[in-house]
Design a protein around this ligand. Structure first.
Ligand code: NAX
Ligand code: ADP
Ligand code: K
Length: 514
């Protein structure tokens, strides 16, 4: 699913209005009725106090339309206009008049207003700012936002949590509504998925307001949300007359004394996603543990006992996963540098291989084109230097990706895979994955997919999805805390099977149950 910029959404609104021959005010009515239906189907007329806080633009207009419909259905509402500017939008004004015609006089909040008391059991509708926010709200509006956040009431935000920008950072941790639920129009917004701005969105859902589908489909976007539908298109089926040679040979180079487990996890990841063969290249101390714990892997050893000192092998793998557990000893760094001088085999680079690349001048230039890098936030910072905020981070990663023609997998909740100017935002995964070794499994998975002939970009996007999905399935058995990297491995098979599971619609299930 594509993630659009603010400008693209305004363009789609405009196109839809012209094509469907409707007015913008009718589109607003349509959008707000969707919100009303969502609330009405859940509250079913319950007399909970609903406070609607409406700005003076179209987001506020949505709030006013919603207020009118809630009133018509007998809900207990209070409407507050957050009067932060005199530039009221036309559709806001039309709907303000309609509300007044119904005998509802909103409470106007200005700079010196006392904020209304809100009880914990009330509901707050946040319609202060939507995608039009273009500068930090005034101090008094920020104070109102803090007041709403502190109320402990359930906050339902329309389109965006107010204070969250489409393309920029929230100025302070208290500068935006912390929404329990965001009902967003037509398309997901990038800010929902970044660590610094995603914290303002507990849950979100898209409401289809009928923007022109063909227009949306035809637009190129900088970001895409990756779910099952997107990765299914990448999936390569197993063929009947195939053999292990058909599915490639992955080599995992890594390990050092005390960190051989990382290599075992990566080797398992490679084989479990379907690589035909996997070999580990480890220091001598890794030979016995690997051979005894994972018989399916072949093992080659370095001449050194405890660290990688010379990456030299006589096999012909078609991809190498490099770096898990490898350490940053100068001897190992030199070995990596020497290896890169002559290597043409595709690479997946992780962990200390990335740290060595960051520390050694000129080494990044030696990476073969289409290398996949899988940094966690600290490793990414070593590669790029500091960034101002998550949006700046994405800009920097795109520049880096273009400069070195590489794929960068920015790991975290909602891992984002970047190639060139595009970012692919993952939707699978959970906080149980914040556990040692889960990244090693991912390196193995991406390497194993690459071995089977997936392109570097598809191996990264698909691998990140499978990895997160395996953890999502695992967590049903382990809970978050007891999820360990091996649990992810144990559920890779199920995450493949899950790709083809057809979800029965709820009404079909009910029909059967009768
Ligand atoms: N036809 C449309 O365009 C539709 C728009 N819809 C709603 O319209 C929203 C966008 O509306 P708007 O473009 O009016 O923008 P907003 O309602 O988000 O913001 C209001 C206006 O305030 C001004 N502003 C921005 N930051 C400010 C600040 N810090 N202090 C004071 N003023 C500030 C801007 O000029 C902005 O246009 C969407 O999020 C959505 O809720 C929906 O009604 C669906 C249809
Ligand atoms: N809160 C989270 N939600 C979803 N995924 C997470 C979360 N925390 C970590 N992960 C995932 O777990 C993995 C951790 O990788 P990494 O930090 O390299 O671990 P290690 O080095 O211990 O193997 C990444 O794939 C990351 O996206
Ligand atoms: K809002």
């Amino acid at each position: 699913m594509k993630i659009f910029s603010g400008k693209q959404i305004y363009d789609a609104d405009k196109f839809t209005i012209e094509k469907q021959q409707i007015t913008s005010e009718q589109l607003m009515e349509r959008a707000a009725i969707q919100i009303f239906n969502w609330i009405h189907s859940r509250l079913q007329g319950a007399q909970i106090k609903i406070h609607l806080f409406c700005g003076i633009g179209n987001n506020g207009g949505d709030g006013l339309v919603l207020a009118r419909h809630l009133n018509e259905h007998g809900y207990n509402i209070d409407v507050h206009i957050v009067n932060y500017s005199d530039s009221r939008s036309e559709d806001f004004l039309i709907n303000l008049d309609r509300l007044k015609e119904k005998g509802i006089w909103p409470n106007f909040l200005n700079e010196d207003a006392t904020f209304p008391a809100i009880a914990q059991e009330d509901v707050v509708v946040d319609a202060i700012f939507g995608i039009g926010l273009n500068r930090a709200p005034d101090d008094w509006v920020q104070n109102l936002i803090v007041h709403l956040n502190n109320s402990q009431a359930f906050i339902l935000a329309i389109d965006m949590p107010s204070g969250v920008f489409m393309q920029d950072m929230v100025p302070s941790s208290e500068g935006a509504i912390r929404a329990n639920y965001v009902l967003t129009f037509q398309v997901p917004k990038l800010a929902f998925f970044l660590p610094q701005t995603g914290v303002f969105v507990e849950q979100w859902e898209i409401l289809d307001i009928g923007l022109d589908w063909e227009f949306l489909q035809g637009m190129e976007t900088d970001y895409e949300l990756i779910g099952k539908n997107e990765v299914l298109a990448m999936y390569r089926p197993r063929e009947k007359y195939s053999h292990k040679g058909t599915y490639g040979h992955a080599l995992i180079v890594g390990g050092s004394y005390g960190k051989i487990g990382a290599v075992t996890l990566a080797c398992k990841g490679s084989l479990l996603v379907g690589s035909g063969l996997v070999t580990a290249f480890v220091p001598k101390c890794g030979y016995l543990p690997l051979q005894s714990s994972f018989p399916e892997a072949m093992v080659l050893t370095d001449s050194a006992e405890e660290k990688i000192s010379n990456i030299d092998f006589s096999i012909s793998p078609n991809v190498i996963g490099m770096g898990v557990g490898i350490g940053t000893h100068p001897t190992t760094a030199q070995a990596l540098s020497n290896f890169l001088d002559n290597n043409t085999i595709p690479l997946v680079l992780d962990a200390d291989a990335l740290n060595i690349l960051s520390e050694t001048p000129g080494l990044l230039d030696k990476m073969p084109a289409q290398s996949v890098l899988t940094p966690h936030p600290k490793e990414l910072e070593r590669l790029l230097g500091k960034w101002e905020n998550d949006f700046d981070k994405l800009r920097k990663v795109k520049e880096f990706s273009q400069k070195y023609d590489c794929i960068v997998v920015i790991k975290g909740a909602h891992t984002i895979t970047v190639y060139g100017n595009r970012g692919y935002v993952n939707t699978s995964g959970n906080p149980g994955m914040a556990t040692g070794g889960s990244g090693d499994v991912l390196t193995g998975i991406i390497t194993g997919l690459r071995a089977q002939g997936y392109s570097a970009l598809h191996a990264a996007i698909f691998g990140v999805y499978l990895h997160g999905r395996a953890a999502d399935i695992a967590v049903g058995e382990t809970g978050f805390q007891a999820l360990i990297a091996s649990s992810i491995l144990d559920h890779i098979g199920k995450s493949y099977l899950d790709l083809f599971k057809v979800v029965e619609p709820e009404d079909a299930k009910e029909e059967k149950g009768k």
